[in-house]
Design a binder for this molecule. Structure first.
Ligand code: SAM
Length: 213
């Protein structure tokens, strides 16, 4: 029998705190959202490993550290409305739901929308809506957003996502670079966009029509 509580504590201490995840709200969200509720049964014993894990359809739930880092640099506030692109298992969605007012999450694979909705139900999370949609086009009806987080690697920044950010808003996005990805934070200021490179990483691809818009 696996002691998931112990494994979660170890994960938070060794993979997150020791690597510089210091935001108390983010660490608390990781405490409150058990990752094993978002991992398919055949890999459940690896739920707190330092790695991405398969969730079917050639997709993954991202490595805990990368998920934490992306959440920390997004800096979600209690009253924020956040758009997430690439729901996957719903793990990151659940973390965001603990940190902001409302989350809209978009996923292109219908089976993963069902999977993530079922996973979120286990925690009775109510401030989230998940849609089957091409996230490269964003989600106009609730725009503009305080933050947008993309958890798949993009060829370039989709214009719709830039348009749908509030002034002061943050966009977190991995961008293709010589066969891997670089994670960026882009801030929308009154005077324009400020682009900050964060680190090298590897994601599944962001597939969609929004690059040509
Ligand atoms: N954050 C997720 C989690 O916690 O499980 C992991 C996301 S996984 C690395 C990336 C997801 O992006 C995949 O589920 C994939 O189907 C989805 N995706 C790729 N292109 C997309 C698009 N244009 N719109 C919406 N989802 C997309």
């Amino acid at each position: 029998m696996i002691n998931f509580d112990f494994a979660k504590k170890e994960m938070i201490s060794n993979q997150l705190r020791k690597r510089g995840i210091a935001d108390k709200r983010v660490l608390k969200a990781f405490q409150d959202v058990p990752r094993h509720l978002f991992v398919p049964e055949d890999n459940i014993e690896h739920s707190y490993d330092d790695s991405a894990l398969p969730i079917g359809f050639n997709q993954t739930v991202s490595q805990p550290y990368i998920t934490a880092l992306m959440t920390q640099i997004l800096r979600p506030l209690e009253d924020d409305i956040i758009l997430e692109i690439g729901t996957g298992s719903g793990f990151q969605t659940a973390l965001l739901s603990k940190l902001c007012k409302y989350v809209i999450s978009l996923e292109r694979i219908p089976e993963l929308v069902s999977f993530s909705r079922d996973n979120l139900k286990k925690l009775s999370i109510g401030n989230v809506q998940i849609f089957v949609a091409d996230g490269t086009l964003g989600w106009k009806s609730e725009a503009p957003y305080d933050g947008i987080i993309v958890s798949a690697g993009a060829k370039e920044i989709p214009q719709s996502l830039m348009n749908q950010l509030k002034p002061g808003g943050r966009l977190i996005i991995p961008l293709e670079h010589e066969g891997y990805h670089k994670l960026f934070r882009i801030k929308k200021e009154e005077t324009g966009f400020i682009k900050e490179e964060i680190l090298d990483c590897m994601f599944v691809p962001l597939i969609g029509r929004g690059y040509d818009e």
